[in-house]
Design a protein. Structure first.
Length: 301
């Protein structure tokens, strides 16, 4: 009977007793409007694709036009803006995770590495290195005539920090890809090295002291903390290669980071450093002028 389009209506007495129901008298059949209502809603059997009032999401092909129009190209600003799509709270949380690592930093990134934090951290390190190096030069040359700012320190700091943060991750990413590591991600490498530079901010702020051994201690602590941060987060990626290759890459990461620490100490905090002209006070001022005698070895800073 259901195929004939009928509804079954049963009359029940007040006591809810069906035992005395006379089906021949109380059972009535009425024409059903079920098929009619379905045809109005769906427009027939093929009307299921009409989403005007069904409340269902549109099919996947319906948004293909908008997806194609949202493509980002290399020469557009929208392509680069996606790498800076991060809020202040996330950047602060990542900075704290870099200074006080308790979990893998790649887990802190949550699959959304950014370049906003690394860029401003590198810029801050450049400015503070210039400031600290200038103070260090001033203390080393005090009493030897008027002091002149050396803006080569600023360009040198920019070249060193930006170059290291930009180039080394690219080289590491290329090596990992070459040796078969499929988990390597260039943006994550940039983010990792960028946030690792954060430790150089406090180091540069306190390493302008003329006390040589104290400066070496500060730079050594900065190197130890930053290289430990890098190795802790890079080891799972490096271990995806064979054992010999991973060892070579680990040694390369440590050696390059040690070179950065030495360059920071020698180039910007040169009071008593091996490349300075000698201990402070070895170069007396020339009589009647500010220039040292001609036979005095040249000073780098």
């Amino acid at each position: 009977m259901s195929n004939a389009g009928y509804d079954a209506v049963v009359d029940v007495d007040d006591e809810g007793d069906l035992g005395h129901t006379d089906l021949q008298e109380d059972l009535e059949f009425h024409n059903s409007n079920f098929n009619e209502s379905q045809s109005r809603k769906g427009g027939g059997p093929g009307g299921g694709n009409n989403n005007g009032g069904s409340g269902l999401p549109p099919p996947a092909t319906a948004g293909s036009g908008s997806a194609s129009s949202s493509k980002r190209y290399l020469w557009t600003l929208s392509f680069y803006s996606q790498f800076f799509d991060v809020d202040t709270s996330s950047v602060l949380a990542r900075c704290w995770a870099a200074l006080y690592p308790r979990a893998n930093f790649l887990d802190v990134l949550e699959g959304n590495p950014d370049l906003y934090g690394p860029f401003w951290i590198a810029t801050t390190v450049v400015l503070i290195l210039f400031l600290g190096g200038t103070i260090s030069q001033y203390l080393a040359s005090e009493g030897k005539g008027p002091f002149a700012y050396d803006f080569k320190l600023l360009s040198g700091a920019a070249g060193l920090i930006y170059g290291y943060t930009l180039v080394i991750p690219v080289v590491l990413f290329g090596a990992l890809r070459y040796f078969g590591s499929e988990s390597a991600n260039l943006l994550e490498c940039w983010a990792l090295y960028g946030y690792a530079n954060l430790i150089w901010v406090p180091v540069a702020l306190i390493s302008w002291s003329p006390i040589t051994i104290l400066n070496w201690v500060f730079v050594g602590v900065g190197f130890g903390l930053s290289v430990a941060f890098l190795l802790r987060n890079l080891y799972p990626v490096l271990s995806a290669t064979d054992r010999q290759t991973s060892k070579i890459l680990l040694i390369l990461v440590i050696a390059l980071h040690a070179g950065l620490a030495l360059a920071i100490k020698i180039l910007f905090f040169a009071a008593g450093s091996p490349v300075s002209g000698g201990p402070e006070g070895d170069t007396p001022p020339a009589a009647g002028g500010d220039q040292p005698p001609a036979d005095t070895p040249p000073r780098f800073f």
